[in-house]
Ligand binder design. Sequence first.
Ligand SMILES: C[S@@+](CC[C@H](N)C(=O)[O-])C[C@H]1O[C@@H](n2cnc3c(N)ncnc32)[C@H](O)[C@@H]1O
Length: 364
Amino acid sequence: MRFIGNKERLVDWIYSAIQKNNIEGEIFFDFFSGTANVGKFFKEKGYQIISSDLLYFSYVLQKAYLCNNDTPKFKKLIPTLDIRSSLLVADNYMLIIEYLNSIPVVDGFIYANYAPSATKHLEQPRMYFIDDNAKKIDAIRIKIEDWKSNDLIGENEYFLLLACLIESVPFFANILGVFSAFKKDWDKRALKPFLLKPIKIFQDCHEHFVFNQSSLELLENYPYDIIYLDPPYNQRQYAPNYHILETIAKYDSPTIKGVVGMRNYDNQKSNFCNKTKALNDLELICKSKNYKYILLSYNCEGIMPQNSILEIMQKYGDVKIEEYDYPRYKSNNNGRSKYKKFIKEQLYILTNTTYDKQVQPTSL
Ligand SMILES: C[S@@+](CC[C@H](N)C(=O)[O-])C[C@H]1O[C@@H](n2cnc3c(N)ncnc32)[C@H](O)[C@@H]1O
């Protein structure tokens, strides 16, 4: 998924830094989970994952990717549906995806608020989705909830299907990367008929634990070997940039406001978007005795200055910084051309010298 700060392209480098620095351990806390890509990667490497995020749609992704250790079989649901297994469809999961792609469209909350025909009374009708795609998203979302309410799917199946929807929606949204605004003309991608795509599940035997709350509240709950920090780097809050994904995930018909139909996100604001509060929270995290290593991803353009980060971390142990030149494309010439700029992506490695085995929670 396109997500600001997504570490999909950096996980291999982070892993090689872990190996190079002989960082040992099995329990990995993905403290700012976002797309769950980091947790997913380390799950595949054999770690036991704890993860959390303030965003509910992130929780949906975490549940689907981390808590499913096998592809669910939909045993209760399949016999209730009028579907014949086609020879081309390999398993029940794909049958359900096909079924959801074929159900009739419904006028629901997404159509009513984010498609042009239903919002034509507004000064600027909202053009997030073409009408039929908005109705299709509503139909699939309502059907998944209906199956859950009627006890036809279990928790793992529910979150798997929701995650397929959350991952598919951005491919049909009329936006420039984030949902804080829609385009005023139709992007080609938004005109294609909506198609739900399956996500890939990684098979594994560990039990993983995922949450939808501030990760600071989880600091004392588990004996972490590695706490991986990937906080917001600047003042921009995440919730408004992804408000429609949040609403599709919750499907709670929120009160919305303004040209883009924004939901309230007061309780999802992160301290890491404010320099002073970010440094305070960083200190609270480092102060916890409950970890062996902290790895902090940050870059030279982040709001916490390097000397302040080092000053805090060095109180609690030995610190080393690994750096990586990361290419970023910037527009100039009024967006007519793009040039490549390199920014220094950094990984601060704090080895906790106050780690005390005696006081650790012992069980997961
Ligand atoms: C840079 S992004 C993380 C990206 C993630 N590593 C990935 O690869 O997708 C920062 C994330 O931190 C979350 N966040 C901010 N403050 C938080 C907090 N106190 N507790 C949990 N999550 C928080 C945001 O909602 C956002 O999803």
